[in-house]
Structure formats: structure tokens, C-alpha cells
Design a protein around this ligand. Structure first.
Ligand SMILES: NC(=O)c1ccc[n+]([C@@H]2O[C@H](COP(=O)([O-])OP(=O)(O)OC[C@H]3O[C@@H](n4cnc5c(N)ncnc54)[C@H](OP(=O)(O)O)[C@@H]3O)[C@@H](O)[C@H]2O)c1
Length: 317
């Protein structure tokens, strides 16, 4: 079968001919229909994730949508986080009990583009962040896949006001189209200036911040939270460190929470994938994506890594 393989840490994938995986007890061989290239895939392959430097060569792809036993399924893999191959191949072996059966009319590419990014947005808002009906939510990085999904999912989860913040014009346009009530710019690293922009957009205290960025945007967002407000961090696209000041944290008794999909039970993850697929089918949840043939995996990988893709790149057969 054709597969995209990372030859060495930090190198882009190379197209390779590999033997098809064999089915073993408890494992299924899935025909891959859609494999997204996500920030986690890039981090793992570069050896920069907290899982360490991966053993190479390996086939990347921590998730995908495919067909198994006549059914359409979403599946996770541990590629890049533990030894073994992932979804960027014609076929992949996955644990049977981790697959989620999707509605037959689900669009495999649209669901793959949302995937674990939308799962993270949903669970960070509702489970970790405890979003309550009527609350004001501020979504940072709202032009990215996690942020765009969070803007839409916060609305369906009952948020009263959804404020979005993004760095680029494109990101702000996307967030506005996704239904944000107000959109702020993140186009500076000055925490005071950022806090003023966020305060103006929020028009009142924020209950919950959804933060895939950390860095200066997270420090500024903490300043617009209400007393005992929550900030859920789930990524570090803007930086591994944030200039958070103790006075803001202490003075408002803020709650700073971390989130990772890896802490979900398989049941929680399956239920969240089901929610994402259902919202997608209802037309209430979508993110821009670009289909790229598996044969052109290296080109897709490079475009996603440079941030020049028109949306999440999804490899298709
Ligand atoms: N914890 C979890 O379980 C989990 C799950 C999924 C993802 N994540 C993490 O969440 C983060 C976002 O993922 P994603 O899928 O949304 O990625 P993405 O689609 O690539 O979006 C990243 C966004 O970050 C913004 N950005 C990058 N650098 C920035 C900066 N210095 N200041 C402000 N904005 C900046 C970009 O804004 P512009 O487009 O405006 O330039 C882009 O919209 C990643 O770190 C990812 O690893 C975590």
C-alpha cells in the first residue's frame, strides 16, 4: 500500500510502499478515506511534543476517518506519541474498541478536518471549563480549527455572548462568519494593549476563556475575566510561556486550568466525536479544509507547517 512515512525526526514525510497491516485480535484494518495534518502531527514528527522524539521511520497521523466492515468510522492512533503507524496511508490498524461509528451520510473529509481539534474545543468548554447557559465566553486563536470550532460549539452549548480574538484578518473574518458576537484583534504582543482590545470587545466581564495560544494573549485574557472566572489552556501556538501577573490571578481568585484530549476516557472521547459529527451533519459546525491527495503528502505537510493552507489539510486517497 501507499503510505507517507517520516524518515527521521524533523523531516517531512516521504511516499513509500509498505505491506498492508494484518488484522489481529482486537484490532481492525481500516481503509483510510481522510487523514488530517494537525499541529500535533507536526509537533510529534519534529520531536518537540512532550512525548519526546519519535522512533523513525513511522507513518504519521493521529486520527482519521475510514471504512471498516462496511461502516464509516472515525479512529484515533498513537502515531508519533508511541511506536506504531498512523492514518497517512491507504490502510491502518487501529484498536477496534476505539473506533467511533459515524452516520452513513457524514462527510468523511469535513469530520476529519474537525476531528480531535473540535473534540478538544467541545470538552474544554463543557467538561473542563464547565460552561453554563448564558455565560460569556472569550475564544482566543479563533481563526484556527480549535478556535473556530469553539466559537460554534460555545453557541450550541448555550453561551450567552461569544467573543472571538484572532491575529490575522483572515482569522477574524472566519470567526465573524462562524457567528461570534464580537471580534478582537491579537495583532500585538503588548499585554496592556491586548487587554484593552479584549475588554472593548467583551463589553463586560468574561466567565470563561478558551485558550489554544498561551503567551501574551492568555495573559491579557486573564485580565478580562470576572472574579473566579476560568481560563482553560489547551495549546501554545503563541508561546510556551505567558507573562501572567500574580495580582490578576490572586486578586480575582481566577481558575487556570489545563486541558488535553489524552486525559479523556475512550467513552468520553467517543461521545465527543459523536457530538462533533452530529453538529457537523446539522450544518452547525464546520471549519475550512483543503483536500490533498495522499500521493502529495509532502506538499500538504509543508503547506500546513508553514501556515499557508486555506484550512486544515486533509489527505485523501
Ligand atoms: N490540548 C489538546 O488536547 C489539543 C487538541 C487539539 C489542538 N491542541 C492545540 O491547540 C493549538 C491550536 O490548534 P489548532 O488545531 O486550532 O491549530 P491551527 O488550526 O493551526 O490554528 C492555530 C491558530 O493559532 C494562531 N496563532 C499562531 N501564533 C499566534 C500568535 N503568536 N498570536 C496569536 N495567534 C497565533 C493562528 O492565527 P492566525 O491564523 O490568525 O495567524 C491560528 O489561527 C495547537 O497548539 C494544538 O497543538 C490541543
Amino acid at each position: 500500500m501507499i503510505a507517507a512515512q517520516i524518515p527521521a525526526p524533523g523531516r517531512p514525510p516521504v511516499l513509500t510502499d509498505l505491506p498492508s497491516p494484518q488484522s489481529n485480535p482486537g484490532r481492525a484494518v481500516v481503509e483510510v478515506l481522510a487523514a488530517p495534518i494537525t499541529p500535533l502531527d507536526l509537533l510529534c514528527a519534529g520531536g518537540q511534543s512532550y512525548f519526546g522524539v519519535p522512533a523513525t521511520p513511522y507513518v504519521p497521523g493521529v486520527q482519521g476517518v475510514g471504512r471498516w466492515d462496511g461502516r464509516l468510522v472515525w479512529f484515533p492512533t498513537a502515531a508519533g506519541m508511541a511506536p506504531g503507524d498512523g492514518s497517512m496511508a491507504e490502510r491502518v490498524s487501529v484498536p477496534e474498541d476505539q473506533m467511533v461509528v459515524l452516520p452513513e451520510d457524514a462527510d468523511p473529509v469535513a469530520v476529519a478536518a474537525l476531528g480531535l481539534s473540535a473534540v478538544a474545543a467541545h470538552m474544554a468548554l463543557t467538561w473542563r471549563g464547565g460552561l453554563a447557559a448564558g455565560e460569556t465566553v472569550l475564544v482566543l486563536g479563533a481563526g484556527g480549527v480549535v478556535g473556530l470550532a469553539a466559537v460554534q460549539l460555545a453557541r450550541t452549548a448555550g453561551a450567552g455572548r461569544v467573543v472571538a480574538a484572532a491575529r490575522s484578518d483572515k482569522g477574524r473574518e472566519r470567526a465573524a462568519r462562524a457567528g461570534a458576537d464580537a471580534v478582537a484583534s491579537l495583532d500585538t504582543d503588548d499585554v496592556d494593549a491586548l487587554a484593552a482590545l479584549l475588554e472593548e470587545a467583551a463589553q463586560g466581564p468574561v466567565d470563561l476563556v478558551l485558550d489554544p495560544l498561551f503567551g501574551a494573549p492568555a495573559a491579557a485574557a486573564a485580565r478580562v475575566l470576572r472574579p473566579e472566572g476560568r481560563l482553560v489552556n489547551l495549546g501554545s501556538s503563541a508561546g510556551e510561556h505567558a507573562p501572567l501577573d500574580s495580582g490578576t490571578l490572586r486578586g480575582r481568585s481566577l481558575r487556570l486550568l489545563g486541558y488535553t484530549n489524552n486525559a479523556l476516557t475512550p467513552q468520553q472521547r467517543s461521545a465527543a466525536v459523536d457530538t462533533v459529527a452530529r453538529e457537523c451533519a446539522l450544518g452547525r459546525l464546520s471549519v475550512p479544509f483543503e483536500r490533498v491527495p495522499l500521493e502529495e503528502a509532502a506538499r500538504g505537510w509543508e503547506r500546513q507547517a508553514r501556515g499557508v493552507a486555506r484550512g486544515r489539510i486533509v489527505l485523501v486517497p
